[in-house]
Design a protein around this ligand. Sequence first.
Ligand code: SAM
Ligand code: SF4
Length: 340
Amino acid sequence: MGELRVSGSKQLVDTYGRVHRDLRVSLTDRCSLRCTYCMPADFSDWIANDKLLSTDELITVIGLCVDAGITQVRLTGGEPLLRRDIVEVVRRINELPQPPRISLTTNALRLAEVAQELKDAGLTRVNVSLDTLDPVRFKEMTHRDRFHDVIEGIEAAKAAGLTPLKVNAVLLKGVNDDEAIPLLKHALANDWNLRFIEQMPLDAGDLWARPVMVTADEIQSELEREFELTPVPSRGSAPAEEFYVNGGPETVGIIASVTRPFCAACDRLRLTADGQFRNCLFAREETDVRAILRSGLPQSEIDAGVQAIIESVTKSKLPGHGINDPNFIKPDRPMSAIGG
Ligand code: SAM
Ligand code: SF4
């Protein structure tokens, strides 16, 4: 099917008819935390600096993706706020001829410092990751004593108008699975839009095992001990199943990538920090955009080469990620390198 023109604007359509509008861009694989379910405390297998895309290279690829039909760009990592020129990256994306909506997923450690500048540069929203309300447990879960920086970051984002403020939490059995209800109570009291994410087989170690992960069903039943949850209709391509809490208008989300996959509605493409283009978080293959960007060819040929990759990677997207297939093999790279 490929690329179609509809009402004068292009669309990136795969062979299953899914229209791709959302690009996830990893700005770095480095991180200021070591969340146990994401990377080991002594992780050191970083991407070499000379392989990371420069800001000019990033903007070229993002611009071509926007020309091809992308309307929403989410900056992630690793920890995207570790990129020194993060404000410039946002500003330059926002200066594209048809700027996409720009959002950011962050651990929030540096957010208090840059929230207002990011808003002024064109950022619309942030998703903050926070798995516990207990500072001691936070230190155990992340190997860093930075709980209060996250809370300050969240407050700064709200003050800067980076709203609705979404907070993502991963629950681990026997670690923080007693916090589903306290997290939701706190979120309701502080105007956070809370979403629980099922733990996925994407860590840099070999931690994930289906029997020990906390499932969406378990999260829902736990929340229903305290709250009445009613499904919100019309989920669209959003990964989270949303529920009204006690009749609404507040909601809580559950992202059940493992037990209730939403691949049929997926509209996401991905660019890694070292310039590899992917059509799925779980894809076994990725296509090298960096080599073309650095080929020394005239700009028009570089642009044509990158455009061809954007289209072919979209077209080759599989119908689903296959986690539930007994032959599932996790990707060669962890989520921190691919970009969550
Ligand atoms: N460092 C930023 C952060 O933590 O928000 C952005 C990157 S992080 C990889 C993006 C999201 O992925 C976070 O919400 C994190 O909790 C989640 N995540 C990381 N590893 C995961 C895993 N194995 N399963 C499920 N979610 C995971
Ligand atoms: Fe860093 Fe985010 Fe991974 Fe935590 S989840 S280690 S904050 S990349």
